[in-house]
Write a protein that binds this ligand. Structure first.
Ligand SMILES: C[S@@+](CC[C@H](N)C(=O)[O-])C[C@H]1O[C@@H](n2cnc3c(N)ncnc32)[C@H](O)[C@@H]1O
Length: 321
């Protein structure tokens, strides 16, 4: 088992990490966020299984057989998923367009089965069809054109391999929220000022979220008017200091992302089908749609070509199959 070779020379050496990009056109706020919150979302830091559960759900049956796999993690951020992937004896290549690669190296760089590079999904520095699994959680909605990003990621999947990703979905509550106005203003600030403003918003609003925690109806009403993200309802077992750190991180993430493209299940199915993917699986979550699909290798049996499977999850409850 070998890492797929880079197919071009890095444009520069970024603090010891090969960089295939000259600048970071729209991800500087993300970069700052991940340097500031390098450990916040690691399961090894929270002591919870938040990232592990999400990865296992997205990988489904693939998670049982990750040893010996060559995996590309695209848009790795500070490496909370990298940390879980590294538990297997697979070879992980983690890339991100932003300076977040430094945070991932700080968190996971000591592992011998990890290679980190700075690169964009739309100009990946590898020959096509080199990876058994291409994994891209929480990223394509933040790229200029998610359909192009999905198609680029798919090109790097080996025949018989898998593409696993997700994208924000249209959701009435996110469309109604005041966050749209906050985003318009924050997008015009420098990353440092943006971070200062979102930290201040959390300081102002989090006490209200804490007070109504557990009162579902009041919480829903508060979410209508509050610009911040809080996790008292979702992750009630998290310590108070982590609640504050997660609120800061995710409020910043939610209010300063330059691109935010929502999708529908119909549009994702069309995208993935256009690529010729088989064994399509879609899981509709409250705010995202998770997708798993396979690149045909020409040996598939007819049953593999079955209609896409769609699951709708609300919390842990399956509402329709
Ligand atoms: C919301 S963060 C998610 C990070 C990580 N996947 C996680 O779930 O913790 C989105 C990440 O995608 C990266 N990103 C955005 N556009 C990218 C692109 N074209 N190529 C590579 N990474 C990109 C950003 O720099 C950022 O680190």
């Amino acid at each position: 088992m070998e890492y797929p070779k880079f197919n071009r020379v890095p444009a520069s050496d970024f603090h010891g990490i090969p960089s295939f990009v000259e600048d970071e056109p729209y991800v500087s706020a993300f970069g700052l966020q991940w340097l500031k919150h390098a450990k916040t979302q690691l399961d090894s830091h929270t002591g919870l299984n938040i990232t592990r559960d999400r990865l296992l759900r997205m990988f489904g049956p693939l998670s049982a057989d990750l040893n010996g796999k060559v995996i590309l993690e695209a848009g790795c951020g500070a490496g909370r998923f990298t940390e879980i992937l590294l538990e297997n004896s697979s070879l992980i290549t983690a890339v991100d367009l932003s300076v977040a690669v430094l945070a991932n190296r700080e968190n996971n760089g000591q592992k011998s089965n990890l290679r980190i590079a700075r690169a964009s999904i739309t100009e990946l520095p590898f020959e096509k069809e080199q990876f058994d699994i291409v994994f891209c959680p929480g990223v394509v909605q933040h790229t200029p054109n998610p359909s192009i990003s999905i198609a680029e990621l798919y090109k790097h999947v080996k025949p018989g391999g898998w593409l696993v990703f997700d994208q924000y979905r249209y959701n009435l509550s996110s469309m109604l929220k005041v966050t749209w106005i906050a985003r318009l203003i924050l997008k015009r600030l420098t990353p440092e000022h943006g971070l200062a403003v979102t930290d201040w918003l959390v300081k102002l609003w989090l006490p209200a979220h804490r007070r109504v925690a557990g009162h579902r109806l009041v919480e829903i009403l508060l979410f209508r008017i509050s610009p911040i993200t809080s996790h008292y309802a979702g992750y009630s077992k998290m310590s108070e200091s982590d609640q504050i750190a997660w609120a800061r991180l995710n409020t910043h993430d939610n209010l300063t992302d330059f691109h935010k493209h929502y999708t529908t299940i119909k549009s994702l199915k069309r995208n993935v089908s256009k690529l010729g993917a088989i064994n399509q699986y879609f899981c509709v979550m409250p705010y995202t749609i998770e997708v798993r699909c396979q690149k045909p290798d020409g040996n598939e049996k007819e049953s593999n070509l079955a209609a896409p499977v769609t699951i709708k999850l609300r919390g842990s409850k399956i509402v329709s199959g």
